[in-house]
Design a protein around this ligand. Structure first.
Ligand code: ARG
Length: 460
């Protein structure tokens, strides 16, 4: 195929429809800076083992740097005939430095090259994702710190369950995102193996110093098996899974903001700068941002499933199917990072309707568990205590009374171990204050939790 870097054995030009169908350049052009970094490391290594003279290496490295510059300034264009980012950069290099450019690909295949680019890309984006997660976690921590004494109902089955504090509720998300950050740090270790030097699949007869290129690229070690090196996309999958889970966590948080900003809850008010209106209904203020955080999670999960499906039937080693890894990865990165970027300021802009939260938590039924627990503290078997309080609740509901309006006599009638002062337990503040255990919602426990959260952020 005239004009192709691999054209020697071909008698005909590639059909245009094939060029368009097989090209990855429209999307893998995003890897250009990683590709150039990989090439520079390779050039330096080739000089080190004597396959390039110092002068050749200098020319190549300089040419590659100029290409990066030209790309950044938008001075160069790709065409479908370039096929992918690797061949595009090589063509540009030929145009700039002449025939010595033909030495760049010594001992290298696009298979180990693209794998190297992807490792570098994943590591770059993991770092960005972690920074953005840190910002979201900081925002949650600031809000928690500022709302330590705001009580609201905690829910199970979306039914009011037991009172908690807003700080406690927000910190639940802090810990989800902390595990996400840890997951990213963990997969980053596996993303830092270098495939470079694996060649097309089976290495080469050149004495390539794979450890040298790995070190040049900031990678911690090299794949011990050349076949695995060019076939592995575990690190991509792990990253997209970690991003999917971030998206799911964002989506759960978003769902609560949507619910809480409804008039039925009215626990939160979105800032005008973070809400949108209706083209027909003048009164509307819509939570579009959290809705998109929730909605976009679908495509990230789709990206994960797409990748798992591409991988599942592939024999060793490289197969063109692997080219399908990129768009799913890029889409997951773009979608989740954009979500994290908007979440931190969205959180900081919220106004919590703490009076509405307090009002919703002020139902003494939410303290029924506290009544059962004090009976159990006095030696009553918990099952018996649970049943006695159950009867008490049924009695109150049937007589149209609040638990708080019951007399000490009515209390005692339901269990002899009750004491008149137990009625004082029936406020959300008293209920929360009683649950001081580690990880609980009481003020002291939340203070400890906030301190731990701060330390977690500092130690990262
Ligand atoms: N564009 C290809 C990809 O994204 C690069 C590797 C091509 N290798 C090959 N033997 N065709 O996977």
């Amino acid at each position: 195929a005239p004009g192709k870097l691999w054209g020697g054995r071909f008698a005909k030009r590639t059909a245009e429809v094939v060029e368009r169908y097989t090209a990855s350049i429209p999307f893998d052009v995003r890897l250009v800076s990683q590709d150039i970094r990989g090439s520079i490391a390779h050039v330096r290594m080739l000089a080190r083992i004597g396959l390039l003279t110092e002068e050749e290496a200098r020319l190549l490295e300089e040419g590659l740097r100029k290409i990066e510059d030209a790309v950044r300034k938008g001075e160069v264009r790709w065409t479908y005939a370039d096929e992918d980012v690797h061949m595009w950069v090589e063509r540009l290099l030929h145009e700039r430095v002449g025939p010595v450019a033909g030495k760049l690909h010594t001992g290298r295949s696009r298979n180990d090259q693209v794998a190297t680019d992807l490792h570098l890309y994943v590591r770059d984006e993991v770092r960005r994702a972690r920074d953005m997660l840190t910002d979201v976690r900081r925002a949650l921590l600031e809000l928690a710190d500022a709302h330590r004494d705001v009580v609201l109902p905690g829910y199970t089955h979306l039914q009011r369950a037991q009172p908690v504090t807003l700080a406690h509720h927000l910190l639940a998300y802090f810990w989800m995102f902390s595990r996400d950050a840890e997951r990213l740090a963990d997969l980053d270790r596996r993303a830092s193996w270098s495939p470079l030097g694996a060649g097309a699949l089976a290495g080469s007869r050149f004495p390539l110093d794979r450890f040298f290129t790995a070190a040049e690229l900031g990678l911690s070690t090299v794949y011990p098996n050349s076949l695995d090196a060019v076939s592995d996309r575990d690190f991509v999958l792990e990253f997209v899974f970690a991003l999917s889970l971030v998206a799911v966590h964002l989506s759960r948080l978003a769902e609560e903001l949507i619910l809480w900003s409804s008039q039925e809850f009215a626990f939160v008010e979105l800032d005008d700068a973070f809400a949108t209106g209706s083209s027909m209904m003048p009164q509307k203020k819509n939570p579009d941002v959290p809705e998109l955080l929730r909605g976009k999670t679908g495509r990230v999960v789709g990206d994960l499933v797409a990748l798992l499906t591409v991988l599942k039937g592939l024999p060793l080693a490289y197969n063109k199917d692997l080219q399908e890894d990129k768009e799913a990865l890029f889409d997951a990165v773009d979608t989740v990072l954009a979500g994290l970027e908007v979440t931190a300021p969205l959180l900081r802009s919220l106004t919590f309707r703490t009076d509405a939260m307090r009002r919703a938590a002020d139902d003494p039924l939410l303290c029924a568990t506290d009544l059962a627990e004090v009976l159990a503290l006095r030696g009553v078997p918990f099952r018996e205590a649970h049943e006695a309080v159950g009867h008490l609740v049924a009695y109150a509901l049937a007589s149209g009374k609040s638990l708080r309006d019951l007399t000490p006599e009515e209390l005692l009638r339901h269990h002899a171990a009750f004491r008149p002062e137990d009625l004082k337990l029936l406020s959300p503040e008293a209920s929360v204050a009683g649950r001081k255990l580690f990880g609980g919602p009481a003020e002291e426990a939340v203070a400890e939790q906030i301190a731990l959260a701060r330390r977690t952020l500092e130690e990262e």
